[in-house]
Every structure is written in C-alpha cells, then in structure tokens.
Design a protein around this ligand. Structure first.
Ligand code: HMG
Ligand code: MG
Length: 298
C-alpha cells in the first residue's frame, strides 16, 4: 500500500541554488524561502555552512539564515564538520545535516576525504548536535551510481547507512546524486536496508532527475514504506562536485503525483508554481519542471 501522508523535504534553496553560476542576492534567496514557507511546505533546507571557496553561492549562509530564522518552519542546514556546526549553532539552528558518500571518488571530490575519514569528521558533529537535542539528518550520496565508479553495490551503501545511524543520525536521506537510479534498484536497496535492520521510518529519498526517473523511483520508495521525500521547487539543482548531476525531482511534479494518489502533503500547488515561476525569472531561464510548465504561462 501507499502512505496516507508524505513529508516533503524541500531542498530548492540549498541543492537547487548551490550550483548556480551567477550569485543570487541574499534578499532573493530569503524571499524564495519565505514564499516556499507560504506554500505549506514545513521543512525547507535553507543553506550550507561549508567552506565558501567550495560553494561560493552559499557564502552568505549566515546572512541568509538570519533573514529567515523567524519563519514557523523547520530550516535544516548542511554542516560538513565541527566548524560548520559551530557556525550553525551560533545562529540557533535546530536541525543540521551531515553528508556522507557511498563511494570513495565522491568522498574525495566533495569532502577531500576518504569515506571513513569523512565519517570520522562527522562523528563529533553528530555527538555535539545530539547533546544539544539538535535534529541530525545524514545524507548519503551516490547510493545508486557514481560518475567515476559506475554502478554502486548495495552492500557498500548499507554499510555507510549503518555507520551514520549508529553514530546517532535521526534520519537518513538516500541520494541518487546523478539521477541514474531506476525503480528496481530502489526497491532492492530499500529491501537490503530493511534486512540490515534499518527502520524505513528513518529513511528519506533524494532523487535527481537526470534520466527522468525521479518520480518513478519515488513511487517505488513509497511502495516500500518511505514517507519522506526530498524535492526542489521548480526542479532546480545539481551538485558542483558531481559530474553530470542535474536538478532534483521537482516539488511540483511530486505534489501533482501525490495529489493524484490521494496522498496529503499540505502544499498549495498553485502557490508553489507561482514561486518557481518567480524564481525562474530571477535566474533568467524557465523551470525544467513539466508541472510548472503545464500550470503556468512561462
Ligand atoms: P578541506 O579543504 O579539507 O578543509 O575541505 P580543512 O578541513 O582542511 O580546512 C581548511 C580551511 O577551511 C580551514 O581554514 C578551515 O577553518 C576552513 P584555515 O585554517 O586554513 O584558515 N573551513 C571552513 N570554513 C568555513 N566553514 C566550514 C569550514 N570547514 C573548514 N564549514 C570541507 C573540507 C568539508 C570544508 C570542504 O570539502 C567543503 O566545504 N565541502 C563542501 C562540499 C559541498 O557543500 N558539496 C555540496 C553539498 S553535497 C550534495 O549536494 C549532495 C546532496 O544533495 C545529496 C545527493 O544529491 O547525493 C546532499
Ligand atoms: Mg542532491
């Protein structure tokens, strides 16, 4: 069966914008987050407290976070290390996310570490966050395929998932960073995780739409009991450290499918489309979301 309700973890302001070449003014990002909150989305990933040389677009993390901190929604932020955690905690952040990799190539490219060195870097982050009752999400990238290594073996993914949970992460997000997954692979990974004792309630899915499979993969995950789905308004996105990563699953496409299935998200689709059209005007190109195109005149 399918769940009655799905929680959308909106990543447009972080994953969506991190790859934009032209700097988006902080005020525009803040307005984007405000408009997203006005659509009924309850979890809006705001930014990343990473090294500004690694992700120049998010160098304004402090200013952006302060500009939206009053919103009555959860505002998780990415923190790769203790320095990032310190920056986030100084602003009162109550939800943080570490981001691991299932493959050595991406761990090196994204974090300048081996997989296990990155896990060791996260350990004090998670410990200190949990000591302050801060919610911790653990992202896991390259769960299906890797641009340098090809297909990623399921046991390799299960191992890092277990390590993140054992460390104390409250939830995991299974990333198809480059959008190569297909539904059978999704089902197989979720079955293997269940077999390894990972509760499905702790799992979210994070699909990029490079091959147009993101919605199909999401449906496969819902059928396995997943109820947290990451998506990006208007289908913005991509990772600067993963060749061939494109935008995330568009939140509008997700809401359209869920609405048709009778699954509640609490999101006002009309307002969301209007938000993505507004953002597309700022970015100077139309949204790649099919649903945004269908429901707007852009
Ligand atoms: P490094 O070069 O190894 O850093 O980078 P380091 O630990 O050697 O430190 C070097 C200097 O950076 C030091 O300064 C630190 O203080 C400073 P110095 O002493 O030389 O003056 N520094 C920082 N400054 C500000 N904020 C910080 C910070 N950390 C160190 N947090 C590092 C290691 C992790 C910092 C770097 O690799 C990094 O910032 N990576 C971030 C990459 C990133 O954000 N990628 C995109 C997000 S992941 C993604 O998109 C995938 C996802 O969507 C899921 C999916 O699709 O799969 C989540
Ligand atoms: Mg991503």
């Amino acid at each position: 069966g399918l769940p009655a309700r799905v929680r959308i973890h909106e990543v447009g302001a972080r994953d969506g914008l991190q790859n934009e070449k032209a700097t988006v003014p902080t005020a525009v990002k803040a307005e984007f987050v405000r408009r997203l909150a006005g659509t009924g989305l309850t979890t809006i990933e705001a930014t990343s407290f990473v090294h500004p040389k690694w992700v120049p677009q998010l160098a304004d993390a402090e200013d952006l976070y302060q500009a939206v901190a009053d919103l009555p929604v959860a505002l998780p932020v990415l923190v790769p290390n203790e320095r990032g955690l310190d920056r986030a905690l100084a602003l009162g952040a109550r939800r943080v996310a570490v981001f691991a990799s299932a493959t050595e190539s991406f761990a090196r490219a994204n974090l300048n570490r081996t997989v296990d060195e990155a896990l060791a870097m996260f350990e004090p982050v998670v410990r200190r966050a949990k000591a302050q009752d801060v919610h911790v999400r653990g992202y896991l990238s390259m769960c299906f395929g890797d641009p340098w290594e090809g297909a990623v073996a399921v046991p390799q993914v299960v191992r890092v998932c277990r390590a993140l949970l054992d460390m104390g992460c409250d939830e995991l997000s299974l990333g198809d960073t480059i959008g190569v997954a297909t539904p059978g692979h999704v089902t197989a990974l979720l079955a293997a995780l269940a077999g390894a004792g990972v509760p499905v309630s702790a799992l979210g899915v994070h699909f990029h739409d490079t091959y147009g499979q993101a919605l199909s993969n999401t449906l496969a995950a819902l059928q396995q009991g997943v109820t947290t789905v990451d998506a990006s308004a208007g289908g913005l996105g991509g990772c600067p450290y993963a060749k061939s990563a494109t935008g995330n699953l568009a939140t509008e496409d997700l809401v359209w499918m869920l609405r048709g299935l009778g699954i509640d998200t609490g999101v006002d689709l009309g307002r969301l489309v209007a938000t993505s059209v507004w953002m597309a005007a700022h970015l100077g190109r139309p949204s790649p979301s099919r649903t945004v195109r269908a429901l707007s005149h852009q």
